[in-house]
Design a protein. Structure first.
Length: 436
């Protein structure tokens, strides 16, 4: 039987749910509980911070890109834990307009599917009793989503706290905690292009401070009492084929974005993963039968990658006989050149003609549905894949044959079609699952 769980969400982004999530993970761990974290949505950054706070690998759950069976399988990561804490993305009901595998990608979909009540973090700055109207509306939006209570954030004073609590009491909303305005708790920047969890030297101090802050102002016993037994649907997932039997996987600060569920599926299928570091000028193991270059931050390490002659020549030799696939940052590194933020052009591996630029940054963000024109490792031509794209680099040249017909969640074509040339394939989107 899986442990009880809760989903931490909010009416909108920027309301403080990550501070609460990380503080709860560490505070409950400090009490001796084994906390299993999850993240709703296609996010690489927050799960790394969850993992650091809870000491247990955080797993993504995504209703647009994942089927019910896959999510039911992934939630088994909570086996042996004492409590589940899942962090939502954006606002609780925010998703895309056109549903995907299981829903719109909204955090509410995950809460409903797993039976987790929601702890709603509400930024009450600039309002008092009116905050209760927001909370009440969230309790009524979806009958299949239960709001266990609210944690008030950015409370200005005891008087402010009393007024907000009075409004919540009148609306029948349980207040589980009240966080005052606090500048000492500065969460590290987590969005694309900035520091990652493992690179943040001060992270443990920040997490300990967040835990103390949350433990002081949130009723941890009430939080634990609000959790409900995790009850995933009894559906078997579709197999996730590994890209090969022996997989040379780039792994370092420039190539770090791999979903845990993919690595676990590859290993479960009997594949062996052979990590190597392009930044350390290491080449893929020539005994591997496929090379996989994940996403990450090659634009921040472009000079070092360009100088890694052993990596580039080894990758070129590997691609003469075996498939090489890159996602986002890995795709960029497989190209001919990468232009950094200062406008300097750096030589990349040259497996593809792709030229990308980080000089004039523009955000490319959203779900992607790809109908393959050619096979990529693990999938045949005509396979349909679901994934997510998030980068600031722009394509200047993409001369090779398109790998896929790619659309966004609304069905509109996107120009980042991926590329195929010989044994080399690459996409700007990160694959999450095969579409049904």
């Amino acid at each position: 039987m899986l442990p009880k769980g809760l989903l931490i969400s909010a009416p909108a982004s920027g309301t403080g749910k990550t501070t609460l999530m990380l503080g709860l993970c560490r505070a409950l761990s400090d009490q001796g509980l084994t906390v299993q974290p999850f993240k709703s949505g296609p996010d690489y950054i927050d799960p790394a911070f969850h993992t650091a706070a809870a000491g247990r690998t955080s797993v993504n759950l995504d209703s647009w890109a994942m089927g019910r069976g896959l999510m039911a399988d992934l939630v088994q990561a909570a086996e042996g834990a004492d409590i589940v804490l899942a962090e939502g993305s954006m606002g609780l009901f925010d998703g895309v307009a056109c549903p995907g595998e299981t829903g719109s990608g909204a955090s509410a979909d995950v809460a409903a599917l797993m039976g987790w009540p929601v702890v709603l973090v509400i930024d009450v700055s600039g309002q008092a009793q009116s905050a209760a109207a927001v909370a009440k509306g969230f309790t009524l939006m979806r009958p299949d989503v239960q709001v266990a209570g609210v944690v008030l954030n950015r409370v200005a004073s005891p008087r402010h706290d009393a007024l907000v609590r009075a409004g919540m009491a009148d609306a029948g909303i349980t207040v589980l905690g009240s966080l005052p305005r606090m500048k000492d708790i500065e969460m590290p920047e987590r969005h694309l292009g900035l520091v990652q969890a493992e690179e943040h030297s001060d992270l443990n101090r920040i997490l300990s401070a967040a835990a103390s802050f949350v433990a002081e102002h949130v009723d941890l016993n009430a939080i634990r009492a609000a959790a409900v037994q995790t009850q995933p649907p009894a559906i078997q997932p579709r197999p996730c084929p590994p890209p090969g039997q022996r997989i040379a996987l780039a792994r370092d600060a420039a190539f770090s974005f791999v979903y845990p569920h993919q690595l676990n599926a590859w290993r479960a299928a009997g594949a062996e993963i052979l990590p190597f570091s392009p930044l350390a000028d290491q080449a893929p193991d020539p005994s591997a039968d496929v090379c996989w270059l994940p996403g990450g931050y090659p634009e921040l390490h472009a000079g070092k990658i360009a100088a890694a002659q052993n990596f580039r020549s080894g990758l070129q030799a590997f691609a003469e006989t075996c498939p090489v696939h890159g996602e986002c940052g890995g795709y960029m590194a497989m190209g001919t050149a990468l232009i950094d933020k200062d406008g300097t052009r750096h030589q990349m591996a040259g497996l593809l003609g792709l030229v990308t630029s980080y000089e004039k940054r523009k955000m490319h963000l959203g779900y992607r549905l790809a109908d393959l024109h050619a096979p990529l490792p693990g999938y045949s031509a005509k396979a349909r894949l679901r994934g997510h794209e998030f980068h600031y680099s722009t394509i200047l040249e993409q001369p090779d044959a398109p790998l896929a017909h790619v659309t966004d969640a609304n069905g509109a074509d996107v120009p980042e079609t991926g590329s195929v040339k010989g044994h080399a394939t690459g996409t700007f989107f990160h694959m999450i699952s095969e579409a049904t």
